[in-house]
Design a protein around this ligand. Structure first.
Ligand code: SF4
Length: 523
C-alpha cells in the first residue's frame, strides 16, 4: 500500500512443555536445551510487518534472581535485539534465556513512540502470581471510558497515554487477593468491560502463560505444538518458519493456558459473532500467512481475478499491469493472468530507504517521490493498469499516477483497487481514526450500499488525475474471503461496526468531521 497504513503490533509466545504432545518435528528438535528465548527474535522478525517502532520479550527462568525478566528497546527487531552485533545479540539471548517467553513488535495507534511504550509491559510484585508481563495486539475502542472509570477510583494514576497501561492495571486488579487467581476467570472478567480488539500474550513469575484472542476475533492469533514446544503468534508465518507444521487459529473468545508445564484450552468469553478484520488479508499480514484457514496470498489473488472479471476497458497490445509494490503484487499477477496481458514491474520501491529517511515533516507526496521510481523503459507509451491493494488517503496514489505518466511516459493510467473504498475510520488498531484524513467519504452519497456507481468512480478518478478507477465492491471482498458479512469486521468500508463502542466512536467521528475538530477519535 502506498499510503503506509500502520498496524498496532504483533505478539508471540513460546513454551517448553513438561511432556511431549505428539511427535517432535523440526521446530522442537532445534531446541535440545529447552531455552525457547533463542527462537523469539526470529519469530518477531516474521511479525515485523506489524510494527517497527519497538520490540521486546519477557522470559521466565526460576534459576535467575529475576524469575521473570523483560528486555525491550525501540527500533526494528534487528535494531532492538542488536542483530548486527553478534556478541551483543548473543548476550541478550543468554541473559534472558528461559523455558517460556513472550514477545512483541510495536506500532502505535495510541501513545508516543518512545521506549516507555515498548512492550511487553512487566508489572513487578513480591507475590509470584501477581508479578506478570504481557504483550498486547489491538486497540480498545472504549479506552477513554475505561481510563475515566479507573481514574474515578481512589489512588489510580496513569503515566502513559496508551490502552496497554489500562490493560495492565485491569489485569493486576483481577489478580488481587491472597489466593492465586485462575487465568481463565481473570480474562473472563476483563472481557466484560473491554470493547474492541485485544489479543494478549501473558507470562507470570510462577511460569504460567496464556495467549487469548478477543471474542470478536478482530486480530488473528495462531498456535501450534511440536513435541514439547508450544508456539503462538499473531501470524502463522512466524510459526511455519520455525518448523511448526500443524498450525491452528485460536478461536475468538478462546484462551490457551499453560500451567505447571501443561497446556489446556478454554473459552473465556462467549463469541456471539465473529468480526475478523478483512484488512489483515488485504494488506497488513505477511503474504505467506494463513489466517483463520484462509491464505493471505490466495485471497489477494482472488481479488485480482474478480477485478479482471469486472473490467470494461478494451485490451490492446499496449496494455500492461503494474502492481504498487509490494502488497498488491498477488492481485496484480492474478488480474494480468485473467486479462491475458503482462504483469511487469514498472514502479520500483526502494527497499533500503529505512524509516529515518522519511522525516516526520515530509509530506506523503514527498515520501512517495523518495520511495518509488518509475521505469520509462517499461511504461513509455503504455496503457497501464495500476493495481493497488487499497486507497486510504489518496495523496500518495495521486503522486504515483503522476510519476507513471510524467516520468514513466505512460499514455493512460487506469487504477484498480483490490478493496472497497475506505469510507470510515478504524477504532480497532489500524492507524486511521478520523473521517477527515480519508479520500473516499467526500464522494460517497447517502444511498451507498457497498458498490460505487460509474459516475462516482469517474469523479474519484478525476480527483486522482487518472483515466479510470475501479474498486472491488464489498460483496466482492466477501466472495474473495469466502466469508459472509457477519463473520467479518467491515467497519471502515461500511461505517457499521461490530461493537457498541465502534458505532459510538463513528458517531463522534462524524461530529468531529462536521465541526472540524482534529485528533484521533478515540482519544
Ligand atoms: S474497521 Fe477496518 S481496519 Fe479496522 S478492524 Fe474493522 S475492517 Fe479492520
Amino acid at each position: 500500500m502506498s499510503d503506509e497504513l500502520h498496524h498496532e503490533c504483533g505478539i508471540a509466545g513460546l513454551y517448553w512443555l513438561n511432556k511431549s504432545k505428539g511427535k517432535s518435528g523440526q521446530a522442537s528438535r532445534a531446541l535440545n536445551s529447552g531455552n525457547v528465548t533463542a527462537l523469539m527474535p526470529a519469530m518477531l522478525l516474521d511479525l515485523q510487518n506489524r510494527g517497527q517502532l519497538a520490540a521486546g520479550l519477557s522470559s521466565y527462568n526460576p534459576n535467575r534472581v529475576q524469575f521473570l525478566d523483560t528486555y525491550k528497546d525501540i527500533g526494528t527487531v534487528g535494531e532492538a535485539f542488536r542483530m548486527s552485533h553478534p556478541a551483543k545479540h548473543q548476550a541478550i539471548l543468554s541473559d534472558y534465556a528461559g523455558r517460556a517467553v513472550i514477545g512483541h513488535t510495536r506500532y502505535a495507534t495510541s501513545g508516543e513512540d518512545d521506549a516507555r511504550y515498548a512492550q511487553p509491559f512487566e508489572r513487578h510484585h513480591g507475590r509470584l502470581w501477581k508479578w506478570f508481563s504481557f504483550a498486547f495486539n489491538g486497540n480498545l475502542a472504549n479506552f477513554t471510558e475505561l481510563r475515566n472509570r479507573l481514574l474515578s477510583k481512589r489512588g489510580y494514576h496513569f503515566t502513559l497515554d496508551t490502552d496497554t497501561e489500562i490493560i495492565m492495571h485491569a489485569l493486576a486488579y483481577r489478580l488481587r487477593g491472597d489466593k492465586m487467581v485462575d487465568l481463565q476467570k481473570a480474562m473472563s472478567s476483563l472481557s466484560r468491560s473491554f470493547d474492541g480488539a485485544y489479543n494478549i500474550a501473558f507470562l507470570d513469575a510462577t511460569g504460567r502463560m496464556f495467549v487469548a484472542r478477543d471474542p470478536l476475533g478482530l486480530r488473528p492469533l495462531c498456535w501450534a505444538v511440536d513435541g514439547r514446544l508450544f508456539g503462538a503468534a499473531s501470524e502463522s508465518v512466524a510459526l511455519s518458519n520455525l518448523g511448526f507444521t500443524n498450525i491452528h487459529s485460536l478461536e475468538p473468545g478462546q484462551i490457551a493456558i499453560i500451567e505447571k508445564g501443561k497446556l489446556r484450552f478454554e473459552r473465556f468469553a462467549p463469541s456471539k459473532r465473529r468480526a475478523m478484520c478483512f484488512f489483515e488479508w488485504v494488506y497488513f499480514s505477511n503474504v505467506a500467512s494463513v489466517l483463520d484457514d484462509r491464505s493471505v496470498y490466495m485471497v489477494r489473488a482472488r481479488s485480482g481475478e474478480l477485478l479482471a472479471e469486472m473490467e470494461d476497458q478494451p485490451v490492446d497490445d499496449t496494455c500492461i499491469v503494474v502492481p504498487v509494490p509490494d502488497t498488491a503484487k498477488a492481485a496484480a499477477d492474478a488480474f494480468a493472468y485473467r486479462m491475458g496481458i503482462p504483469s511487469v514491474e514498472g514502479l520500483i520501491r526502494n527497499r533500503y530507504i529505512g524509516r529515518t529517511f522519511i522525516q516526520p515533516n515530509a509530506t506523503r507526496r514527498q515520501s512517495a517521490r523518495g520511495k518509488y521510481t518509475p521505469l520509462p523503459g517499461v511504461l513509455e507509451g503504455k496503457k497501464v493498469f495500476l493495481i493497488e491493494d487499497s486507497i486510504v488517503r489518496s495523496t500518495t496514489m495521486a503522486e504515483l499516477a503522476g510519476l507513471i505518466r510524467r516520468r514513466g511516459g505512460a499514455k493512460e493510467v487506469h487504477v484498480r483497487v483490490a478493496c472497497p473504498p475506505i469510507i470510515a475510520p478504524c477504532f480497532y488498531g489500524i492507524d486511521m481514526s478520523t473521517l477527515g484524513e480519508l479520500f473516499a467519504p467526500k464522494f460517497i452519497d447517502r444511498g451507498y450500499g457497498g458498490r460505487l456507481s460509474t459516475q462516482i468512480q469517474a469523479e474519484m478518478a478525476g480527483k486522482l488525475g487518472v483515466d479510470s478507477l475501479h474498486y472491488l465492491p464489498v460483496d466482492g471482498l466477501c466472495k474473495c474471503l469466502e466469508l459472509d458479512k457477519c463473520s467479518l469486521c467491515l467497519g471502515c468500508v461500511t461505517g457499521k461496526y461490530p461493537s457498541e463502542w465502534g458505532n459510538k466512536l463513528m458517531r463522534s467521528a462524524k461530529r468531529n468531521f462536521t465541526t472540524g475538530k482534529s485528533g484521533r477519535t478515540y482519544e
